[in-house]
Design a protein around this ligand. Structure first.
Ligand SMILES: Nc1ncnc2c1ncn2[C@@H]1O[C@H](COP(=O)(O)OP(=O)(O)OP(=O)(O)O)[C@@H](O)[C@H]1O
Ligand SMILES: [Mg+2]
Length: 1247
């Protein structure tokens, strides 16, 4: 696909980026033609291609760039640099490129004045703008401020720091007098002792510092303070060939007056071991060169002449140092002591050792070095012998053999003695540096301080081919600063969004905390592992390195920590795993060689040297060592390592930075040749990456990185537009254009002072603006239309706003009424609600009363009383309601009291009712139980009765069976007797035939008697009298004959019976009257007589009835029959009189059916009834006739004899009648049912 030759930036290894035109897009790459012919055509990955915008245009703030990317950023910096504009902003971060030359008027007093009080962005970017912003922030926010100046060596940090201090002191230290000077003087002193020539910078600061300028309440400079970090000690003893030791050594050699040099025995750099391996040239100017005599010059100096640097001059600088030291309060003697210590370090360095060759294997000071030893000893104020001793041997305390704790001197080997010497030199020099800083701080007052502005000048991220402990510390420091930078910059950016009223969500950034943890973590960080290694009896860097890999490579940080083999650099890959580690910092991977880590981490002197210097004659030397922590005294296990000290210092610094407001200055080194007007794109790009500026750009992309103040946009584009649009105010102008372009709302935002664009959108806007005139005409039309629309909308909006306002007022009025209503309601409710509630509550008690009333009907007692009580309660309730109703001011408490009282009354009444109900229930329950008991008893009795009945029935059955048996026996007996009778009859036949004749003779006489008797009876009837006398004794024969004339046997038997009976009779009763017989029966106790009387009585009765029956046939009085016909018929058969009780039963009872003839004989009127008879002995005692529709006839012997059966039991034949005999109770039941009187036997009637 061929493109329209769009301008782009493509990545280039030397230039950083080169301008090119897109030729063709191919998958993930593109074919590009660089604009500059010197660069070849190439194919690049899209990641390495960035849109270019207008490459010739530069902006003060990189965020104003049309395209925001690393290429446009680099181009902007380079373009400006070429125009000597060394400063730019990325948001609030100042980027400062080292010009390596003086730019006219750049830092003059007029410029300082120009920047005073001006907001950031008002004037072109400048380090003064940052200084001024800090001052204004301090004043406005009443908060101390920090300016963090960072960058790699030679980038211009120290220079920038100096300009900031100058700016602050120039403007606000007037009248502070010496304070200002002292602050400014601190730099030459610190630089003399702490700076050195390196390959990267002639005046390289080999320490970090935080310089505070203190201000009073009135924001005047009143003091200052310097904190310093990590002086590079290794430089004191060795430097690379191109580099020098600290400036002060050369200042002494080149600039010190002759006398001083002689006193200190200072000659030329070549003469000193600590200088001669490095660069031995002085920094000179043509004038100062002349001031140095040949004896002071090294061979190099003589050969190549002096080094040139705009700000360095060893001869002049000594003077400056000397004066500055005086101004910070050092006396001449003190200064001399300081120089002496410096010189002593040089001489000490010249002390060399050789093997002693003895059995002890020690070493001695080589004879050539004796002078140096003596000079060093004298300059340090110690005894040369002791110094020698301390250098070649080591004091140790024995732990075995001899007396424990005895100090013994252990001889040292040559290399060990050299190390001891170097350690002493480093210790002396570093402590001297601390002393100098202390003296400067002491000279500047800081008591009246209210706020301060601190400037941090500390080395930026460092990486060399071989990196050691120093780089490790400085890169750790930079990781911390980077983390701080991320937090602060993003915060500021977001603050701007807030200030401008942009509603941008929070932007997050990549955290490097894991890398920091890897280094400083308390129990397993690299520093910790290093300290632990130092505490071992024989610390070994290999062991330490392995421990680092082992402990840290396995965890999440493994991506951060690797073995040297993993490096992309070939030089690193030669290192073995135990010789180093690769740490991926935010700026890139750095390979550390751990060879010197343990030694560099432990700056303690061994004891003999420590004691030696502490005992020095020189006051200064003593002072240097007295205040410092005596690591030796603490012992190996408790020593404080360099790393640990640095961590503490850094954490204190971070605390300060976090408390303060912060500003960032990122210094950039333009080229490695350290010359002006030359810029290496790739070098700058790397620094931008390392300083985190590129990362900030990336972060900016999430927000609105492109921004332009309204006025600027107006100026830029007004030329393209017609005059009528040019007159618009900048803001309306911008709004009109942006809106009429139809950009999406997401792509831009209007702030208070500027318009913000999403990445790339600004360029879209620009392209449209600059397109052909036709298009522009359309744009103008669109803008005009938008303006009309917007004005129309605005007027509509205004009208609507007024309406809205009116509605709002109405609404609020309505709301007000509602509020009033609510409040009034509330107040009234508050007053009366308790009354309403009280009444409701009290009325609700009536329900309880109703419940009680419902219960009352169930009560059996005291109903009325309860009703009355309830009525009383009801009245009380009504009374209470009336009280509340009539008294509007009644209080809630009174209502509650009323309610409580009523509730109590109701409850007590309720309780009383419940109790009454309960009692009643208990009573009923008891009654019920009692009833159940009675029922059970009754059931028991019924059961017993039933059992008795069954028993009785059993008894009756038994008796009936007995009766049947008796009847059968009697029947058998009767048959037997009949047989006997028949035989006897046959025998008597003859006798009877004989007697018949005699009978015939009497017949007439008997007939006569019968007629007489009939007449008597007829007369008795007519006269209501009774017949006296009885029919003749022998009258029975004719009657029997008449009844059954043909039965001869019966007749003969009857004769016989009569004769037998007569033979037996003791008493002759034939002459007794009927009444006499009746009385005897009723009163006599003579059984025999009684029985005889009964016989006689019944005989006569029989006769009477026979007579009566004979006559009755003629009458119709059939109902007067005394016994059923069957009995009467049975009686016609003659029977032998019973001899006593046949089977022992005196009382016998019988029942047979009895049909008393009705109107017609055998007719329908005949009703079936029962005839009952009770025989007491042979004769009937009671007799009963029962017919269904007739009154029962109950007859008793002795009362109703005339109507009763006159036959003897035997004669009736009842005993032989099957089923006729019944039990006594059966008879008695019927008898009593028909109200028959109870039976009294004849013999007991009198009693
Ligand atoms: N603003 C400036 N104008 C002119 N020259 C400058 C400026 N800044 C720096 N230089 C030159 O660059 C040199 C190095 O600057 P400086 O010492 O400040 O670097 P640095 O960042 O402190 O390096 P180091 O980390 O090594 O201390 C200075 O000696 C000076 O010659
Ligand atoms: Mg510096």
């Amino acid at each position: 696909m061929t493109m329209d030759k769009q301008l782009v930036w493509v990545r280039d290894p030397t230039e950083g980026f080169v301008l090119a035109r897109l030729h063709e897009l191919m998958g993930e790459e593109a074919d590009v033609f660089p604009v500059d012919n010197r660069h070849p055509r190439r194919v690049c990955n899209f990641d390495d291609i960035f849109p270019a915008g207008d490459p010739s245009k530069d902006v003060d703030d990189n965020c104003e760039l049309m395209f925001l990317n690393e290429a446009t950023l680099l181009n902007n910096i380079l373009t400006r640099y070429k125009k000597s504009k060394i400063y730019t902003f990325v948001a609030n971060i100042l980027l400062a490129v080292n010009p390596y030359e003086d730019i006219p008027d750049m830092y003059s007093s007029t410029t300082i004045k120009k920047y005073q009080g001006r907001s950031l962005g008002e004037l072109p970017p400048h380090v003064f703008a940052v200084a001024d912003k800090s001052f204004r922030d301090m004043k406005a926010l009443k908060q101390s401020q920090s300016i963090i100046v960072s960058g790699e060596s030679g980038a211009g940090k120290t220079e920038s720091t100096k300009y900031i201090l100058k700016y602050l002191c120039d403007l606000w230290a007037k009248g502070a007098g010496p304070v200002e000077q002292k602050i400014l003087d601190a730099n030459p002193i610190l630089e003399a002792f702490g700076n050195a020539k390196t390959t990267r910078n002639n005046n390289s600061s080999r320490f970090g510092k935080f310089m505070e300028v203190h201000f009073s309440n009135k924001y005047q400079v009143v003091g200052g303070h310097i904190s310093h970090y990590l002086l590079e000690k290794s430089r004191i003893c060795t430097q690379s060939a191109e580099e020098r030791n600290y400036h002060v050594f050369y200042l002494l050699c080149a600039g010190a007056p002759q006398e001083l040099r002689s006193a200190l025995k200072i000659t030329k750099p070549d003469d000193y071991l600590y200088l001669k391996n490095g660069c031995t040239q002085y920094f000179t100017s043509t004038q100062s060169e002349k001031k140095i005599n040949a004896s002071q010059k090294s061979k190099q100096q003589q050969a190549k002449a002096g080094l040139r640097d705009p700000i360095l001059d060893d001869v002049e600088d000594f003077q400056r140092l000397h004066q500055a030291l005086s101004r910070v309060g050092l006396s001449e003697a003190e200064k001399k002591s300081v120089y002496s210590v410096v010189a002593a370090v040089l001489h000490l360095g010249n002390v060399e050792f050789e093997e002693e060759g003895g059995a002890r294997g020690g070493c001695r000071v080589s004879p050539e070095s004796e002078t140096a030893l003596a000079t060093a000893a004298s300059l340090l104020g110690v005894d040369p012998g002791e110094l020698r001793m301390a250098l070649v041997s080591r004091l140790m305390q024995s732990s075995r053999g001899g007396i424990k704790g005895t100090a013994i001197m252990v001889p040292l080997k040559t290399y060990e003695a050299s190390s001891a010497r170097d350690a002493l030199a480093k210790a002396v020099y570093s402590r001297l540096f601390d002393y100098i800083v202390r003296r400067i701080n002491d000279s500047i007052p800081s008591s009246a301080s209210a706020y301060y502005i601190g400037v941090l000048d500390i080395a930026g991220f460092e990486y060399f081919q071989m990196n050691s402990f120093e780089q490790f510390c400085i890169n750790y420091c930079n990781e911390k600063l980077q983390q701080f930078f991320n937090e602060r910059i993003l915060k500021n950016e977001q603050e701007l969004y807030r200030r401008e009223g942009l509603n941008v969500p929070e932007i997050r950034f990549v955290d490097n905390q894991d890398c920091i943890d890897l280094i400083e973590s308390k129990n397993h960080g690299i520093f910790h592992i290093l300290d632990e290694e130092s505490k071992l009896p024989k610390p070994d860097y290999g062991h330490f390195t392995n421990a680092v890999h082992k402990e840290l490579s396995g965890n999440v940080a493994s991506a951060r920590l690797q073995v040297p083999r993993a490096s992309r650099l070939k030089a690193h890959r030669t290192l073995r795993d135990h010789e180093g580690f690769l740490l991926r910092h935010f700026a890139g991977a750095v390979c550390y060689n751990t060879n010197q880590f343990i030694e560099k981490n432990n700056d303690a002197l061994h004891a003999s040297l420590e004691f030696l210097v502490q005992e020095s004659n020189s006051g200064l030397v003593q002072q240097l060592f007295e205040t410092v922590d005596n690591n030796n005294a603490k012992g190996k296990l408790n020593f404080i390592s360099v790393g640990a000290k640095f961590q503490t210092q850094l954490s204190q610094l971070m605390d300060k930075l976090k408390e303060n407001g912060t500003n960032f200055v990122r210094c950039i080194k333009p080229n490695s040749r350290m010359v002006g007007r030359e810029i290496e794109g790739s070098l700058v790009l790397t620094q931008l990456q390392c300083s985190g500026t590129i990362a900030v750009l990336a972060l900016m992309e999430h927000g609105f990185p492109s921004r332009a103040p309204f006025a600027e946009l107006h100026n830029m584009y007004k030329a393209y537009l017609p005059a009528k649009l040019q007159t618009l105010t900048p803001k309306v102008f911008c709004q009109a254009i942006v809106h009429s372009f139809g950009l999406s709302d997401k792509d831009y935002k209007f702030g208070v002072t500027r318009v913000f664009f999403r990445p790339g959108k600004y360029s879209e806007f620009d392209t449209i603006m600059k397109s052909d005139p036709e298009n522009l005409k359309a744009i103008v039309d669109s803008v005009l239309a938008w303006l009309v629309k917007s004005r129309w909308r605005r007027s509509i909006f205004s009208a609507l706003s007024v309406i809205k306002l009116k509605n709002k007022i109405l609404y609020r009025r309505q709301c007000l009424v509602t509020v009033q209503k609510a409040v009034r309601g509330y107040l009234v409710r508050r007053q009366h609600q308790p009354r309403y509630r009280g009444i409701t509550k009290i009325k609700s008690l009536e329900n309880n009363l109703k419940e009680m009333e419902a219960v009352i009907p169930q009560l059996k007692k005291e109903k009325e009383n309860a009703k009355k009580n309830i009525e009383n309660l009801r009245n009380s309730i009504r009374g209470a309601c009336t009280t509340i109703k009539t008294n509007p001011k009644i209080s809630r408490t009174d209502i509650d009291k009323l309610y409580t009282k009523l509730t109590k009354d109701v409850e007590s009444q309720m309780a009383a009712l419940q109790k009454a109900m309960m009692d009643q229930k208990n009573r009923e329950e008891q009654e019920r139980l009692r009833r159940i008991e009675a029922e059970m008893r009754a059931a028991e009795e019924a059961k017993q009765k039933e059992q008795e009945r069954i028993k009785q029935e059993e008894e009756h059955r038994r008796l009936k069976a007995e009766m049947e048996a008796r009847r059968k026996a009697e029947e058998a007996e009767r048959l037997k007797l009949e047989e006997q009778d028949r035989i006897a009859a046959m025998k008597l036949q003859q006798q009877m035939e004989q007697a018949a004749k005699a009978d015939q003779e009497n017949r007439e006489r008997l007939e006569q008697e019968r007629r007489d008797h009939e007449m008597a009876v007829r007369l008795a009837k007519e006269t209501n009298g009774h017949v006296e006398g009885s029919p003749p004794q022998l009258r029975s024969f004719p009657s029997m004959e008449s009844m059954n004339g043909e039965n001869k046997l019966n007749r003969s038997e009857r004769v016989r019976m009569q004769q037998a009976m007569q033979g037996k009779q003791k008493h002759d009763l034939s002459k007794w009257k009927y009444s006499e017989l009746r009385d005897t029966i009723n009163t006599s106790c003579d059984i025999e007589l009684l029985e005889a009387c009964r016989h006689e009585f019944h005989r006569r009765l029989k006769v009477y009835h026979a007579w009566k029956a004979k006559n009755a046939r003629k009458s119709t009085m059939a109902e007067q029959e005394r016994a059923p016909q069957s009995i009467m018929d049975a009686a016609k058969t003659p029977r032998l009189p019973q001899k006593g009780d046949i089977l022992g039963a005196r009382h016998r009872y019988f029942r047979i059916p009895f049909v008393r003839p009705g109107g017609g004989a055998g007719g329908e009127g005949e009703r079936r009834g029962w005839w009952y008879a009770h025989f007491d002995g042979q004769y009937v005692a009671r007799q009963m006739e029962l017919h269904p529709d007739k009154t029962p006839v109950l007859l008793q012997a002795g009362v109703d004899d005339m109507q009763m059966c006159e036959l003897s039991l035997e004669e009736t034949g009842l005993t032989r009648k099957r089923g006729a005999e019944i039990l006594e109770h059966e008879f008695e039941r019927e008898w009593t049912r028909h109200n028959g009187p109870s039976y009294v036997p004849p013999h007991s009637r009198m009693r």
